[in-house]
Ligand binder design. Structure first.
Ligand SMILES: [Fe+2]
Length: 355
């Protein structure tokens, strides 16, 4: 069994995040869009932005970028949940009994043991791929060819034979299945299931909560992931920093989908724009603010321990976008409840932008 280098909370507190390289151990780090380990993989560019050794074995993450017509066979992961969030283009995904065409803002959750496949339908299709464990990306990397390029090569052949690819897959807990891609009905994609079954969630749908002109949408809840992570989409206009804090038990991952996000991480201020990523493992002293109109952020938090925070801080809403001009009062009561009940240690007031 693989063991990972997990520094103490004190060591994480004092680690200023490096930019644009993978650390090889579980510390805070930041990657600009396009940075990470890159592989050409049969017409797709795989950009690995988090490997198991960078996250203490909690997850792996990558961007997948490709052109119309690129497709995968049906596969099935024995241990990993996979979560895909489409940022550009159109992606057709087959799940048991259904097939769905996803566009920017749509997400799909695929539990272990579920056969699935995808096909890209537009040039410049891109999605974020999240895997608990992260072995699936290692399979992709090993089946592909390392590259310094930041764009996919549509003419690049698969680097290994189908037989060799299946053999490699088995080493990473993945089975390649000989199933046909049929014309199947699509899902409404409007609700999160009550259990850990596979689902599609379309942009603007789902379990939505609002306050301070921000809309918070659960894209995956603990019940959907066996409490390994939950996914939160936040959209809103400009907003101030929240109080500086850290978590003892969970990792927070910030992905900028649109607009501008200012992050404070162990004393360093970092601006995120589309495609940028910050990994803030337990112990990282952090805060964020939205620095642009109509900013969108995806938060993927491991484990599910902090899920209730967004319920404590917000009210349920039927809105599909954030509102402007509402009540901007900080929900102090909800924040107090979160400090008392959840994994939240406040260490200072909101930082000053630029400070
Ligand atoms: Fe946090």
């Amino acid at each position: 069994m693989t063991t990972f280098d997990i520094p103490s909370l004190d060591e994480v507190h004092s680690t200023v995040p490096e930019s644009d390289s993978l650390p090889g151990r579980c510390v805070p780090y930041h990657l600009s869009a396009g940075e990470g380990e890159r592989y050409q993989l049969g017409g797709q560019l795989l950009t690995v932005i988090a490997r198991p050794q960078d996250t203490g074995g909690q997850f792996g993450a990558a961007y997948v970028y490709g052109g119309a017509g690129v497709e995968t066979p049906f596969v099935q992961h024995s241990d990993e949940f996979r979560f895909l969030y489409v940022t550009d283009g159109r992606l057709q995904v087959w799940l048991p009994g259904e097939t769905n065409i996803l566009v920017a803002g749509d997400a799909v959750s695929i539990p272990p043991g579920t056969p699935y496949a995808y096909r890209m339908l537009a040039y410049r299709t891109r999605f974020l791929s999240w895997l608990t464990v992260g072995d699936g990306h290692s399979w992709g990397a090993e089946s592909g060819t390392a590259t310094q390029s930041h764009v996919f090569d549509i003419s690049a052949d698969q680097n290994v034979s189908d037989a060799r690819q299946s053999e490699l897959a088995a080493q990473y807990g993945i089975r390649v299945l000989d199933l046909e891609k049929k014309d199947l009905p699509s899902s409404s994609g409007s609700i999160l299931p009550q259990s850990n079954s596979a689902y599609v969630l379309r942009a603007g749908e789902g379990d939505r909560w609002a306050s301070m002109d921000q809309l918070n949408t659960y894209l995956a809840r603990s019940r959907n992931t066996d409490s390994t992570y939950f996914a939160m989409h936040t959209s809103g206009g400009k907003s101030p920093y929240i109080p500086l804090h850290f978590h003892r038990q969970h990792t927070e991952n910030f992905f900028c989908l649109e607009g501008r996000i200012l992050l404070h991480a162990n004393g360093k201020e970092i601006l995120l724009t589309k495609g940028d990523f910050l990994h803030a493992p337990a112990g990282t002293v952090h805060s964020f603010s939205f620095a642009g109109h109509s900013t969108q952020m995806l938060g993927l938090l491991t484990t599910g321990v902090f899920e209730k925070f967004f319920e404590y801080m917000n009210r349920p809403t039927e809105a599909h976008v954030h509102v402007e001009g509402g009540d901007m009062t900080f929900p102090g009561e909800g924040f107090g409840r979160a400090r008392a009940e959840l994994d939240l240690e406040v260490v200072g007031p909101p930082p000053t932008p630029g400070g």
